[in-house]
Design a protein around this ligand. Structure first.
Ligand SMILES: Cc1cc2nc3c(=O)[nH]c(=O)nc-3n(C[C@H](O)[C@H](O)[C@H](O)COP(=O)(O)OP(=O)(O)OC[C@H]3O[C@@H](n4cnc5c(N)ncnc54)[C@H](O)[C@@H]3O)c2cc1C
Length: 465
């Protein structure tokens, strides 16, 4: 396209006439159908800097694509420039310092593959094809967080291309205000071209997997679960999933798509301790199927990848919960199985442990005292968009509405496209939001990076003095 050659750019430029254009603009959520003017597939920080300067000089809107997983589809914009990091997926591990350098477009499967070769890991997402970039910048929750903290708690430093096109390093010593904001504030402050994470010995064999019970047992299972996790060791990470039994090869076909509650586990410690810790869960009631056992951590990390493939249609609603009271359990048991699509589900993460021991103001991820959240995932197939799509979306909204008295903030990375700026503020709380807005005014006063869950920069003229 005339006038759309980026100077000093070594990567690939993909314009609408390019044969790969449709693949390059597609993201994980198949409902997102945006047509950027140009996709700049970068090879490194220098390319990213060139692309940022190019777009700024021409006043072209910028979107930044890490793994392309954000449900709101913020990785692509209509008519603008996508800074596409998908060719920047290198991971290198330094076993001596127990750190890994990870490029900004890597996926969690890339990180797990390289780190587990050394028997190491850091807290990452629970689906291997999720991007490191967006997940890390929003906080990062996963199986290991109770033992090893959030992903942001393991961030040691980041290389960032700023809104000016400068390449800077952010750490506790360099640009500490930027470093604070990157640990929860999302893609508002620049393009992170590489992360360095602290690693920990994990596995390679861990006790992990789900136990499923029939949907009728939901209330009893959740009450038992509440007691179990309240006294659980930090090593035990659990996630509750309510929906239907996924059609995985490890599960007998006659159980597939049957309404069920599952508790997934991952014990980040010795196998014998893990088997002991999950014993009460496995012995509870009459499970439909129990898949918990010693397994490679790297296999556990990809075990549900196929249940949430690219291209299906997704709509999410999410909230942190004040607790797992009997009232909350009643709402969950009443609404969880009202979805029409057998692909829809909801999931509840359990926090506490190392997450709760980090002070609220140490990072831009504030809700450290929350013990449980819920994400309500309406899922349907593309041909069902006009039929099932509408009812699934309504189901998710009604479910969230029923939880209104029990809401306590929200994880920014679980917000969808129709979650407005008030919900972004809800994700941070006023204090953290205002501090982020101040940092944003320093690094991106013109809000160049706004195609995201946006932090509005404080106007410079508002600054005292
Ligand atoms: C199937 C699935 C499972 C998930 N599981 C988890 C989970 O276990 N834990 C969890 O915490 N979250 C989870 N999430 C949510 C996830 O954190 C967000 O979807 C996140 O945005 C994904 O990051 P991404 O790089 O793939 O996103 P993208 O869609 O590529 O990017 C989203 C936004 O992040 C910013 N961004 C991305 N990369 C960079 C970068 N390198 N530099 C600057 N800005 C960047 C941009 O603003 C962009 O608009 C899951 C999501 C899905 C779809």
């Amino acid at each position: 396209m005339a006038g759309m050659e980026i100077p000093d750019f070594h990567g690939e430029l993909i314009a609408p006439h390019h044969p790969d254009y449709d693949d390059a603009r597609a993201v994980w959520n198949g409902t997102v159908d945006r047509r950027p003017r140009l996709i700049a597939r970068c090879t490194g920080a220098a390319d990213v800097a060139s692309a940022v300067r190019f777009a700024r000089d021409r006043d072209i809107e910028i979107a930044v694509r890490g793994g392309g997983h954000n449900v709101a589809g913020t990785a692509v914009c209509d008519g603008g420039l996508v800074i596409d990091l998908s060719a920047m997926r290198a991971v290198s591990v330094d076993p001596a310092s127990r750190t890994a350098r990870v490029q900004g477009g890597a996926l969690w499967a890339d990180v797990d593959h390289e780190t587990q070769a050394h028997g190491l890991a850091t807290t990452g997402g629970i689906v291997g094809h999720t991007g490191v970039g967006g997940l890390s910048l929003g906080g990062g929750i996963g199986w290991l967080m109770r033992k090893h903290g959030l992903t942001v708690d393991n961030l040691v430093e980041a290389e960032v291309v700023t809104a000016e096109g400068a390449i800077v390093r952010a750490s506790a010593d360099d640009h500490p205000d930027l470093f604070w904001a990157l640990r929860g504030g999302g893609g508002n402050f620049g393009v992170v071209t590489s992360f360095r994470f602290a690693l920990h010995p994990v596995g390679p064999t861990v006790v992990a997997g789900p136990v499923f019970w029939a949907a009728e047992d939901t209330t009893a299972v959740l009450r038992h679960y509440r007691e179990l996790v309240a006294g659980a060791p930090d090593e035990l990470g659990t996630i509750v999933r309510l929906g239907t039994v996924p059609p995985l090869p490890a599960i007998a076909p006659d159980l597939h798509l049957r309404p069920a509650i599952a508790v997934g586990c991952c014990y980040a410690g010795p196998v014998s301790d893990g088997l002991q810790a999950v014993g009460p869960l496995r012995r509870f009631g009459t499970p439909l199927v129990d898949l918990v056992g010693p397994t490679l951590y790297v296999d556990h990390q990809r075990s549900i990848d196929d249940t949430v493939p690219h291209g299906w249609h997704y709509h999410w609603k999410a909230t942190n919960l004040t607790g797992l009271s009997d009232e909350v359990i009643d709402v969950v048991a009443t609404h969880a199985y009202r979805a029409r699509s057998p692909r829809s589900y909801s999931a509840m993460f359990h926090f506490g442990g190392a997450v709760a021991r980090v002070p609220r103001d140490a990072t831009a991820y504030p809700d450290r005292d929350v013990a449980h959240n819920i994400i309500i995932d309406a899922v349907w197939l593309p041909p069902e968009h006009r039929t099932v799509g509408r009812s699934e979306t309504a189901w998710a909204r009604e479910f969230l509405q029923a939880l209104a008295p029990h809401r306590a903030g929200v994880y920014v990375n679980f917000l969808d496209a129709d979650d407005d700026s008030a919900r972004v503020r809800e994700a941070y709380g006023d204090g953290t939001y205002e501090r982020l807005a101040t940092v944003k005014a320093g690094y991106d006063p013109d809000n160049v990076f706004h195609h995201n869950k946006n932090i509005q920069p404080h106007a410079i003229s508002d600054e005292p003095g």
